[in-house]
Design a protein around this ligand. Structure first.
Ligand SMILES: Nc1ncnc2c1ncn2[C@@H]1O[C@H](COP(=O)(O)OP(=O)(O)OP(=O)(O)O)[C@@H](O)[C@H]1O
Ligand SMILES: [Mg+2]
Length: 429
């Protein structure tokens, strides 16, 4: 079942010169218990995508379109896709009409449910006395069960039509800004979706003990005593490999690696089902980096937690991700299983990105870096934003924005010439 489905998400920042199109229509899916690596050069919009999901965008960040479906039951997802397909191109009126039609069917069922529930309650209260109603409790219960099934089907339809599992629908204001104080979102953030911030080194407040900061986070969201929360914090310290006796240390008494581990402990504190780790290893030396990656793998195995790991270091994703999404200039370039993207690369940008990183285990090859620089996102290039740097670019690449091409099951390349490139790269192997 999909845990998270990001669909055509657009996030732009308002600045004096205009709008920075930081995320300009990206889509991906993360399944329960899976890890996805989000990679791409600096400034391509990775952190912005994460902030849209956790709804922590700065005040000049606006949602310009798209959806973020979280924990939507698969039956609703199926219905939603069917509706999207059948209502494609139709006016928003058609959707409104369909919502009205379903609601009209659902309302009397809800009414009857309430009535039968009351009747059942009364019957159960007057047990032993002469019954007012002729209905038997068993028959009423059966009827209620049937009604629940029928109403449930209609509720699912309504959810699908109104996108009720869309986090953006819950908290987005008319102008596209997010109300990050929204009660529902606050319940989800940290308890369901948590985030290890880029630059975690500075995420702890220097004047409070590290353990106390974790205890505070737990007590704030869960109905537990300080002592219970302290026990949990100690357990978490142990889990991430920091001695529980360090709980009363201040952040400056921790090494970089320990701070990073403590940050992971903080992200885990409330048992979220999904963690976004933004460059969890970038600021660390190679040995500590490796240890943190081992830790992350252990988390995946023991807690079966879904993760999104953001990094510009493809060797990190290769080690810990089931899937990879490659971003460039606010857009997706390639999405697929890690093995597919590494072995059967189907986008020139990914090929360049992989070429610019030395392979540790694979055979030695000459490093080719991608010439040029990522574009200005206020005035991005027309068509495919990668075309000015792409050695395969042709006329068409300057025109339309590439649509996703499924080059093999679950492996999508957003390149006009994905199929040709695919053949070309396979030929060279
Ligand atoms: N608050 C903001 N106001 C204006 N522009 C912003 C803001 N935050 C980010 N940007 C711009 O949006 C684009 C995407 O930034 P983002 O931080 O998402 O990139 P990133 O992929 O996480 O990069 P890095 O690998 O360096 O962390 C960049 O061009 C950045 O300058
Ligand atoms: Mg970033």
């Amino acid at each position: 079942m999909a845990l998270l489905e990001v669909k055509n998400l657009k996030v732009h920042f308002k600045i004096e010169e205009g709008w920075v199109k930081a995320v300009d229509g990206i889509s991906f899916i993360i399944e329960l218990g899976e890890t996805m690596g989000l990679v791409g050069e600096s400034g391509c919009g990775k952190t912005t995508a994460a902030y849209a999901i956790t709804q922590l965008l700065p005040p000049n960040g606006f949602i310009k379109g798209g959806h973020i479906f979280f924990k939507e039951p698969s039956r609703v997802t199926e219905l939603r896709r069917k509706y999207d397909e059948s209502l494609k191109g139709a006016s928003s009126n058609a959707r409104r009409k369909e919502i009205a039609r379903v609601t009209k069917k659902l309302d009397p069922l809800r009414g009857e449910q309430r009535r039968l529930q009351e009747e059942l309650g009364k019957l159960q209260q007057q047990r032993g006395r002469a019954p007012e109603s002729t209905a038997s409790p068993a028959a009423l219960k059966k009827r209620l069960d049937d009604l629940a099934t029928e109403a449930g089907g209609l509720e699912d339809r309504l959810s699908a039509l109104t996108y009720s599992y869309d986090l953006l629908r819950i908290s987005m204001r008319k102008d596209g800004s997010l109300d990050d104080y929204n009660e529902k979102i606050r319940k989800i953030r940290w308890t369901e979706i948590s985030m290890i911030f880029q630059g975690a080194m500075n995420a702890f407040n220097p004047v409070f003990k590290v353990g106390d900061q974790i205890v505070e986070a737990i007590v704030l969201h869960k109905d537990v005593s300080d002592d219970e929360a302290r026990e949990r914090a100690k357990e978490l310290f142990e889990f991430v490999g920091v001695g529980p006796d360090r709980i009363d240390n201040y952040p400056h008494e921790f090494s970089g690696g320990m701070k990073q581990r403590a940050m992971i402990a903080l992200a885990l504190a409330l048992n979220p089902s999904f963690i976004i780790a933004d460059e969890p290893t970038t600021a660390l030396d190679v040995i500590t980096q490796d240890r943190i990656l081992v830790e992350i793998r252990r988390l995946q195995e023991q807690l079966n937690m879904a993760m999104m790991i953001i990094t510009h270091d493809v060797s990190v994703v290769a080690e810990v991700s089931d899937n990879i999404a490659v971003m460039y200039a606010g857009l997706m370039m390639e999405v697929g299983k890690t093995t597919q993207v590494f072995k059967n690369t189907a986008h020139p940008y990914t090929a360049g990105l992989l070429g610019s990183f030395p392979s540790i285990k694979g055979k030695k090859k000459r490093l080719i870096s991608i010439p040029g620089f990522p574009p200005d996102l206020v005035n991005p290039p027309s068509g495919c934003p990668f075309h000015p740097r792409c050695q395969y670019a042709r006329q068409a690449c300057q025109e339309g924005r590439p649509k996703g091409v499924e080059v093999e099951p679950g492996h999508i390349s957003y390149c006009h010439y994905a199929k040709e490139l695919w053949d070309e790269l396979r030929r060279r192997e």
